[in-house]
Design a protein around this ligand. Structure first.
Ligand code: C2E
Ligand code: CA
Ligand code: CA
Ligand code: CA
Length: 275
């Protein structure tokens, strides 16, 4: 029994070592990847659900790693936040996205996701406005998506940041709405331009009776706050149909297309006469 215990201890230790080594490799890979421009913007279509018209794109980060292939943001964003490189990573990506989106029909908007870590920087708004100038991208085509996590922190600072960005024409969306813990009074005091209903609520609509009480509650909350809602994660026609009963809204999801790289977007827009 003693020997077995020893072996088990050894095994455990060995695994921790492996894990640590893996983590170190990923961290080094991320730092290297930033220098080598391995992080690339992908884009997901956002449409007017009533007319089906394309209204803009959400930029979603991908890591095109030479060793590991294409890696999703759920893997590398939390690590980039941890090791303090999220701002640099995000600013690079947003700059690239501005350059890409400048080629599109100027009616199309660009949405970008902002980490709560970036929102803690008192200079965030200034940095973003500087990037807009540097890449000559119009502020009124930009929409930033922040999550409720940001609101647990310094709410006064978040409010003034949002206000100064909005004064320049940038729109602010509250992402993953319904999954956090923000209170109604908190929301009323923050000038969001749009609420994004989290996809976990949207997928509920696949049920045959199409009577999701949660979506109902979220949409009427948006109504009450005079904040339009956008639905994410629309995967099929049935969900799209079910959303119809809440009147005109925007949406996005695999039903309209998977996130795709800039060159695919250009081809899509060229075919639609929207360059
Ligand atoms: P999110 O902002 O909620 O983005 C939506 C996620 O759902 C994306 O995953 C998208 O590809 C996926 N999705 C879209 N339509 C559908 C659908 O119909 N069905 C299903 N099952 N999924 C759908 P992705 O690209 O893996 O991004 C995951 C998260 O990573 C994002 O969630 C966002 O929070 C974060 N993220 C992405 N890019 C960035 C970035 O540049 N900066 C920061 N801070 N976070 C980012
Ligand atoms: Ca988002
Ligand atoms: Ca979301
Ligand atoms: Ca999400």
């Amino acid at each position: 029994a003693k020997k077995q215990g020893k072996n088990r201890f050894y095994w455990f230790e060995h695994n921790m070592e492996d894990e640590l080594r893996f983590r170190n490799e990923i961290e080094a890979g991320i730092r290297r990847g930033i220098l080598n421009n391995e992080f690339v913007p992908f884009y997901e279509q956002q449409v007017d659900l009533e007319t089906g018209e394309l209204v803009g794109f959400e930029m979603l980060a991908r890591w095109d790693s030479p060793e590991m292939g294409l890696i999703g943001p759920d893997i590398f964003i939390p690590i980039a936040e941890d090791i303090g490189v999220i701002a640099e990573l995000s600013e690079n990506l947003i700059g690239r996205a501005f350059e890409d989106a400048r080629e599109w029909d100027p009616k199309l908007t660009l949405s970008v996701n902002i980490s709560p870590v970036q929102m803690r920087d008192p200079w965030f708004a200034q940095k973003l406005l500087k990037l807009l100038v540097k890449h000559r991208f119009p502020a009124n085509r930009l929409d930033i998506e922040i999550t409720e996590t940001c609101l647990h922190e310094n709410i006064g600072m978040v409010r003034s940041m949002i206000t100064s960005l909005r004064n320049q024409g940038v729109r602010i969306s509250l992402d993953d709405f319904g999954t956090g813990y923000s209170s109604l009074s908190q929301l009323r005091s923050l000038p969001f331009d749009q609420l994004k209903i989290d996809r976990s609520f949207i997928s509920e609509l696949r049920k045959a009776d199409h009577s999701d009480k949660l979506v109902d509650a979220i949409v009427s909350m948006g109504d009450g706050l005079s904040m339009p809602v956008i639905a994410e994660g629309i995967e099929d026609e049935a969900v799209l149909k079910a959303l119809g009963r809440w009147g005109n809204m925007k949406g996005q999801g695999y039903h309209y297309g998977r996130p795709e790289p800039a060159d695919k977007v250009i081809k899509r827009l060229a075919a639609a006469g929207r360059l």
